[in-house]
Design a protein around this ligand. Sequence first.
Ligand code: PEP
Ligand code: MG
Length: 324
Amino acid sequence: ERKKLGKLKKMPSVTLDGTPVTLLANIEFPDDCVHALEGSAHGIGLFRSEFLFMNRAANELPTEEEQFHSYKQAVIAMKGRPVTIRTLDIGSDKPIDEDEQTSLNPALGLRAIRYCLAEPQMFMTQLRAILRASAFGPIKLLIPMLSHAFEIDQTLALIEQAKAQLRTEKIKFDAEIRIGAMIEVPGAALALPMFIKRLDFLSIGTNDLIQYTLAIDRVDHEVAHLYNPLHPSVLFLLSTTIAMAAKAEVPISVCGEMAGDIKMTRLLLGMGLREFSMHPAQLLSVKNEILNSDLSVLEPATRKILRSYEPQVIAEAVERLQTL
Ligand code: PEP
Ligand code: MG
């Protein structure tokens, strides 16, 4: 099996009917790029930058210089392939300080972009570091947990401010850097035109999208059995988001766990997804699925699944997709 997957490395990632599919890796540290390349990833779809901020001495944040070196290391390691750096997604399941209990419902509290907009100095330090690294290879900026138009506007204004500072200081960066949003709050998926209008690309975070759609804490074992990626509401949000982005010609990927689950690959292909970002260890298994998938068969089968509201019927039909 390992040998077989090894052979897949050199093959282009296309479906049986010849449609190319982009395969990207999720990483936590620049060193993980080695694994992304081993799995022949086309790039990094999600660099979870918060891991540079976690497990440190209290009140000690990585400096601009330290962050710059990490981001630059990743983009150089990827040798011209794009690296999507997500800005700090701290809070909730990723506390910056393990001992600090910030709020009663951290998943609904001051996390991710909310935290960054509340700490603009810290955010500017990160934005400057990412922009500086963009002088060394293709970098894309990805913003987590956006749900309001004013949050997008404030974030874009801070990025412009960071660019202006660097220009004044005569420091190089990619002036055309692409800026995208994670779609991981149901309100964002339901108001997608607001995002499409303001941003260059989108990435669906199914881990949080499922958590918030079904009101299930993703780290609470007592409700883990209710965490269902195939819930009709989740499939509705996923399929409408993918279709709307495609129609607007805004690139869209999925970077949550669903993208690396081979039981979901054909369903996502059938919905129109053409960019998957996953743990590097999943890359070749998902590629194997893609190479054996025929979109002309998957698309009508998926449309049928999306019309159903019976969990059992959906589960069985999704399983059957793997045999088509
Ligand atoms: C997600 O929510 O699906 C996602 C990719 O981000 P994270 O798992 O880091 O919250
Ligand atoms: Mg998330």
